[in-house]
Design a protein around this ligand. Structure first.
Ligand SMILES: [Zn+2]
Length: 307
């Protein structure tokens, strides 16, 4: 039997502009290729401008240059939340989120205030994180008429408190770390109830400008990363692939389909009889990103029973 060729598609929506412009563009392209994905929405105030300015130090400046951030994100993202209060995304762009849900895509919670949570998550208690998750889930429920089935920590910053808080909400699964296989996270010998679906591939802003990767060979590079029979999870951003990189992403979807790859929403990756092992999340540096990220530990605990 041929190994399965499946790509889980995750779409992170971090900003006002990504929601307003990027999401409708992506919905059109995904519909054209008959593909469904999992959209992770940020629904509170857009303060991402603060995030970009705060990170204005040498490593980040180099990344801005590599990826041409102003061209990629647009001027309002870089200023958002710096000169005026951040716009409330979920309140004012509810129609975009509802349209995404009605088109049959999976809806997930990404952040209330992406900037704040990405910067401060390791200083928030499990109770504070739970409040954020509940507030965001309730708003998405109000918009869509159904609660989000999944969540993804902003910037892959996921601590034990984040995992504990998530386990108190009815998410079917979460996608909070980078790694190579679906697993049940374990903290202090306790197995948490929601499986993690890690992201296996680099994002556009991580890869571009490194190791000779340019706009011209980016799709070749991403296709060379695919592993038949293994977990393949791609994260795109409404701000990048839904904007400046839209045509390139359209071409990626065309090429992977030609090669026999099926692109699906993340929840579909759990529809397998394979047992899900247990594992741990550790904090490590990651190429192309600032600071520590949540990474799936290579050490697999057990492998048979689903607890
Ligand atoms: Zn994000």
């Amino acid at each position: 039997m041929q190994p399965k060729k499946i790509i889980g598609l995750r779409i992170d929506v971090d900003t006002w502009r990504g929601t307003k412009r990027g999401v409708p563009n992506l919905l059109r392209i995904l519909d054209k290729h008959h593909v469904k994905g999992t959209f992770y929405f940020s629904v509170g105030p857009d303060n991402m401008g603060r995030h970009l300015w705060r990170l204005l130090k040498p490593a980040f400046f180099w990344k801005m240059l590599r990826t041409n951030a102003a061209g990629l994100y647009g001027p309002e993202i870089i200023l958002m939340g710096t000169l005026w209060p951040g716009l409330q995304i979920g309140k004012r762009l509810a129609n975009v989120i509802k349209t995404t849900y009605d088109a049959g895509h999976e809806i997930g919670f990404h952040a209330w205030d992406h900037h704040r949570e990405q910067a401060k998550i390791d200083r928030l208690s499990a109770d504070e994180i739970e409040q954020i998750l509940r507030k965001g889930s309730q708003l998405l429920d109000k918009i869509c008429g159904a609660p989000p089935i999944t969540s993804a920590a902003p910037g892959w910053r996921c601590t034990d408190n984040v995992l504990r808080a998530k386990s108190r909400l009815p998410f079917r699964f979460n996608s909070d770390c980078r790694g190579s296989a679906v697993f049940y996270p374990v903290i202090d010998d306790v197995v948490l109830p929601q499986p993690q679906i890690p992201v296996t591939m680099p994002t556009y802003d991580e890869a571009l400008g490194r190791d000779g990767i340019t706009e011209d060979n980016y799709n070749d590079f991403m296709i060379s990363h695919l592993r038949p029979g293994k977990l393949n999870v791609l994260t795109i951003h409404a701000e990048a692939e839904g904007g400046k990189c839209l045509e390139m992403f359209d071409d990626y979807l065309r090429r992977v389909a030609e090669k026999g790859w099926l692109v699906v929403a993340l929840g579909e990756l759990l529809n397998s009889d394979d047992p899900i092992p247990k594992g741990c999340i550790i904090q490590e540096n990651f190429p192309g990103r600032e600071g520590l990220l949540a990474i799936q530990s290579q050490e697999i605990i057990g492998g048979k029973d689903r607890t």
